[in-house]
Structure formats: structure tokens, C-alpha cells
Design a protein around this ligand. Structure first.
Ligand code: HEM
Length: 152
């Protein structure tokens, strides 16, 4: 394996670790721990947590996209093995879902918190929770498919 491929794979996996690991932490650790807080406390906290986490995910998405695109060219481009195309396809779906969370749903949380409309905010946070769970499942499947490509 040449150096450029090793560096790209390193960055690719770092991006995946930040994104998927962050979703595991948010879904399985932070969410249940905040469950008992009142909406007045919980929703501004989620707004602040999401604001920071989504910046990290945005950078991770760029790194995964650039490193993945480069790796794909090194592993046969259009003629690469099907698991690599499946990974790219699932990765793009995950990125579109993230884009929807970041640019459509998150602004609803911000507006609701600013206007102190707690039921609206709670609905938007519940939507983020569902979409993050979908992305988490897709992320785990994508990692499985990526590793599967080794067996071909
Ligand atoms: C635009 C999206 C993506 C493209 C074009 C892409 C492309 C690639 C390519 C070409 C490789 C090298 C395969 C190899 O070393 O044999 C790779 C490795 C890998 N990718 Fe992706 N990827 C994308 C998104 C993702 C996402 C979203 C995940 C996980 C959530 C992911 C997880 C992995 C893993 C775990 C490996 C290492 C596989 C191994 O070496 O066994 N990729 N990716």
C-alpha cells in the first residue's frame, strides 16, 4: 500500500470514528441521562450540544468524502468492487440525512428555544433522535460492508 493510500485510509477512519462514535454517545449515553430534565433545561442543552457536534460531523463528512473519493480512484474507480460502491452509496445517503438534520431540523430547535416554544422544540429533538438512529444503523452497516470488501 503506498503512503497516500495509508494516509487517506487513516483520515477516512478517523472521520468515521468521530461521526459514528459521536452518534453512539449521543443516543445511548447523553439522551437517556437527560431524560428526566424539564424541557426548559433539556432543550437549550440539546441545542448547544448539537451545535458543537454538528460542526464536528460537518468536518468529518468533508474528510470522509474527500478521502473516500480519493481511495475509490485508487481501488478501481467505476470498476471498483461492489462493496466499495455500496459503501459510497450508503455514505452519500448518510450525508444527505445529516444535511437534512443540520439545515432543516436543527434550525427548528434553535427557533423553538429562542421563542421558548418547548413542545415545538421537543418535537424537533425527537425528529433528530429518529434520524440519528437511522444514520447510526446505516453507519454500522456501512462499516460492515466496507470490511466485507476485503474478502473479495
Ligand atoms: C462518499 C462516501 C465513501 C466513499 C467513496 C468511500 C470509499 C472507501 C474506499 C475506496 C475505501 C478503501 C477500501 C479498502 O481499503 O479496501 C474505504 C474504506 C473504508 N470505509 Fe469508506 N467510503 C465512503 C464512506 C464511508 C462511510 C460513511 C463509512 C462508515 C460509516 C465508511 C467506512 C469505511 C471503512 C470502515 C473502511 C476500511 C475498510 C477496510 O480497510 O477493511 N466509508 N472507503
Amino acid at each position: 500500500m503506498n503512503k497516500a493510500i495509508e494516509v487517506a485510509l487513516f483520515l477516512h477512519l478517523l472521520g468515521v470514528a468521530v461521526w459514528v462514535g459521536g452518534m453512539v454517545f449521543a443516543h445511548f449515553c447523553l439522551r437517556p441521562a437527560l431524560g428526566d430534565l424539564s424541557p426548559q433545561l433539556r432543550l437549550p442543552l440539546w441545542e448547544s450540544v448539537f451545535g458543537r457536534f454538528f460542526n464536528w460531523v460537518g468536518v468529518s463528512v468533508l474528510v470522509i468524502l474527500i478521502s473516500g473519493g480519493f481511495l475509490l480512484t485508487q481501488f478501481g474507480g467505476a470498476h471498483a468492487l461492489w462493496p466499495l460502491h455500496t459503501m459510497a452509496g450508503l455514505g452519500i445517503v448518510m450525508m444527505l440525512i445529516f444535511g437534512h438534520i443540520r439545515f432543516a431540523v436543527y434550525p427548528r430547535i434553535r427557533r423553538a428555544v429562542q421563542a421558548q416554544k418547548w413542545p415545538d422544540g421537543a418535537r424537533a429533538v425527537a425528529t433528530v433522535r429518529r434520524l440519528v438512529l437511522i444514520n447510526l444503523v446505516l453507519g454500522v452497516v456501512t462499516i460492515g460492508v466496507a470490511v466485507l470488501s476485503r474478502g473479495f
